[in-house]
Design a protein around this ligand. Structure first.
Ligand code: AMP
Ligand code: ZN
Length: 117
């Protein structure tokens, strides 16, 4: 697993900064967003540092599949699998991306507007 110096989510993955863990496996960890926008708001991140969705390469395939299968588990754990939920990668400034370590937002537990604001 590669990590990036001073990366906030690499530090959470390493257990150096606390987070409220929801799920983890060999490839990913999932923890509650510190500023939730819905009753369920979980961030799913690869243990391996990848900058963002725009930096993904074909060799990252196992990490991407692991993010999505972890999302299935988190949805069940959080009891939103039946009601529905949204999965989001923010990329770049216009989308409000603030943490430069790939993370999949899982948001649910309320009606979600579409298109998003
Ligand atoms: P993004 O805007 O897509 O880059 O998402 C970054 C998310 O990380 C935001 O929703 C923040 O609320 C969340 N966040 C920032 N710091 C922490 C932290 N220490 N623990 C959990 N979530 C965090
Ligand atoms: Zn990182």
């Amino acid at each position: 697993m590669s990590r990036s110096p001073d990366c906030l989510f690499c530090k959470i993955v390493a257990g150096e900064i606390p987070a409220e863990m929801v799920y983890s496996d060999d490839l990913v960890v999932a923890f509650r967003d510190i500023a939730p926008v819905a009753p369920t708001h979980v961030l799913i991140v690869p243990r391996h540092h990848i900058d963002d969705a725009a930096a993904i390469e074909l060799t990252d395939s196992p990490n991407l599949v692991a993010l999505l299968t972890a999302a299935q588990h988190v949805a069940v754990i959080e009891n939103v699998a039946d009601s529905g939920y949204r999965l989001v990668f923010n990329v770049g400034d216009a989308a409000g991306n603030t943490v430069p370590h790939l993370h999949l937002h899982l948001v649910g537990g309320r009606e979600l507007e579409w298109p998003p604001g």
